[in-house]
Design a protein around this ligand. Structure first.
Ligand SMILES: [Zn+2]
Length: 148
């Protein structure tokens, strides 16, 4: 999934679980479950202009969502941010392998990255429908969970 949706999922876990000791590991685990759901993806060459444009766009989506939730006045924004970051964090593995020219060399991946690679069985353009629906659902759950 896109980073924004991993972060929103982590934020939902924070809102529902409330206890950092449980919420943070669950947020990390959520990454692999979310990536197993059919989602948006295009083959972008590592270090290409298109890859950076996409990363900036996704980052802006995530910051916009975070800005909206802060503006809304969510409870425990620090825990939401922490869980959001932890939920996104497994994708830093791709950055590591990309920077070391090992992206796509599955046999050289560590066990967790191999699992990460295997669970992503569907990453295609039509997955954008799932991404938009997921983001809407996550924001809805976060808003509904507020007691304000
Ligand atoms: Zn991932």
């Amino acid at each position: 999934m896109i980073a924004t949706n991993h972060a929103l999922t982590g934020a939902v876990i924070a809102v529902v679980i409330k206890q950092p000791v449980l919420a943070i590991p669950l947020a990390f685990t959520s990454h692999f479950i979310c990536d197993a759901i059919p989602h948006f993806g295009v083959d972008l060459k590592f270090n290409s202009r298109a890859m950076y444009v996409w990363l900036i766009l996704d980052g802006l989506f995530a910051l916009s969502a975070a800005g909206f939730l802060l503006w809304y006045g969510v409870e425990s924004p620090v825990l939401l941010a922490m869980c959001g970051f932890v939920a996104m964090s497994p994708d830093f593995g791709w950055l590591y392998y990309g920077l070391n020219n090992k992206l796509g060399k599955v046999v050289e991946y560590d066990t967790l990255t191999k699992i990460h690679h295997i669970v992503q069985w569907y990453q295609k353009v039509p997955g954008i429908i799932i991404e938009v629906s997921w983001a809407t659902l996550m924001i809805y759950i976060i808003i509904r969970a507020q007691t304000i």
